[in-house]
Design a protein around this ligand. Sequence first.
Ligand SMILES: [Cu+2]
Length: 705
Amino acid sequence: MLSRILVSVVVCTGVCTVATFTVSPAIADHYHPEELLVVGQYDRRQIDVADTVHITPDSAALVRRAPGANINGNGPLTGIPQYRGMYGSRVNVEVNGMTLSSGGPNWMDPPLSYAPTAQLESLRVYRGIAPVSSGQETIGGAINVTTWSGEFGNDTNFESSGRIRLGSQTSNGASLLGATVISANNTHRFKFSSLREQANNTDFNGGTIDSTEYRRDRHDVGYGYQIGNHSLQIDAGRNETGDSGTPALPMDIEFIDSDLASIKYHFDGPQWSLSSKLYYSDIKHGMSNYHLRQAPSISSMWRRNIALGKNIGFRIDGQLNDNHGSWQFGIDGHKENHISDIDNPKSPMFFVVNFNDATRKVLGLFAERNIKIFSNWHGEFGLRHNQIMMDAGKVDGTPALMSGMMGMPSPGQTLRDQFNNSDRSQIESNTDWIAKLYYRKDEILSYYIGIAQKMRAPSYQERYLWLPLQATAGLADGRTYTGNINLNSETAHELELGLDLRNVRLELSPRVFYRHVDDYIQGTPSSNISASMFVAMMNNMNGTTNTPPLEFNNVDAKFYGFDMDWSYQLNNNWSLQGVVNYVRAKRDDISDNLYRIAPTNTLAGLRYQSTNWSMTTEAVLYAQQNKVSKTNSEQVTAGYGLVNLKGYWQLNNELRLGFGIDNVLNKKYRDHQTGYNRARNSDIKIGHRLPGQERNVFIRLDYQW
Ligand SMILES: [Cu+2]
């Protein structure tokens, strides 16, 4: 089973992408071979996670290997992918075909946290303009991940296969133990999978970062059935995250108990195929500012937040193949529902109904055409319509029960009444369209041009956050926000140009892009007097120094940049590969930059590949980021460079040893997209940007049969 050559993790370009598709036919089921060879090479990056050697629990860390992609880190399990300057709900993430809206209002369980690295089969980052079939709202891009489910057998006899993974590392004493066992014949396939991950606080060159410990258990069962051209897959999973830190956020994770379930049916005929799925998730999440980090000294400042999130979704799509390419038609629906309540165990009277039955439903219809136009032109055209329906129930809280001065309503009371008396039911009708053309000049060179309109309706936080709080889907800027029920959808227009060069030794895929966004949703200084008075009042009462609140509003923004991945084969054993990223993101209505944008960066690796072992030296360079957001009070970050080493040794057909050293030179550095420290800590001041980990030695053993 492990007969294929294992290469150390690389960004797959050209040949490698095709190879990955060949070994993972399940992923390729929507594309016939011709498309695979033409578009498959260019418009997505498949990171072959089977070949990673790290023990990092967070799959989001892997997206950095795709051009244009980065990660916003709020904690060890809480990475939020960033793509070309957009992140959060702007980048559509699907896990095994499921859209998973985070259960936590601050995204302590971002969608990728439901696909732990140790269970991944593939991580696919769509390059540039994402196809309309890749997800419902893809204004900032699309990422699809799948976890490993094994293969069906060749005859009626059941055979077992599986993977066991063990790992440990030094910077936080992390340990990883995971096992997946498959029992399958040619018709039935059973899967059992369990994973346990835990770590202490991470050390940096200069001390320890409090609130970075984590523990997570994950259990899955699956059943697959195939007969003829039909297949059925039923999966159920349980995620149990325990005490886990998020030092960039005001609270830490106490628990995230999530149940996930899905059923999928697929028919694959010679001329047409049909896929359908139905999925559900139920998330219970608790967090606090006292159980993991040092508790506030004033007991009235203790806070606990219990959040419940539910997702239900479906999709039916069909693909029709003809002589020129394929048509794809689909309908999809997703509903998320959120309840979030804040209390204080030291003060039983205190309560805030943060979100009450906040609901967001998206119903979408799409059509996509992949077509070979002349002998060397290939086009992709897509049209999608989404209907978004949102609503939320009435709210209340202790701050709204306080009496105001001289018989006037208090600011909290005014905010509550404004919210409860408003029309919270909102409907948006959004249209996406895309057109992409590839011109294949010869065997070596192809040109590409793409244009698109993409839209995104507001999130429930952006609309329904009624009291100035930091529940902002993980922005982690330390600012308090209120929502705005009357927000419009964002509309982006985008142009992308590039070329793909591929000869025997060299591969290059540069892209430039320009994207203008009308009605971009951004926090701006609040004009709501009650919100400002409320924050001032809280500062007075608690001795805090919170800056005046922001309010989510529609502004104009633009994004432009360049990204590229490349590789160069020096000879049979030695190769070079890397990624280069540059993005600018700024407001178009005022002179300001957008917040938390990845600095210009590059990654370059030199690899030696032998038959049963490999070694890679990697340089990671980040420029300073001084194009920061004044509106979000963002701090400048210095540039830095890191050296990493990694490799593996294939001991026999079943056993592989992975190892490596991150940050070999033990640099003290600060990643711009890691937030500011919010947990009282003797080694890092509150409000200072969190440092990166110290030199880290890791080792991993994979047994696969
Ligand atoms: Cu949370």
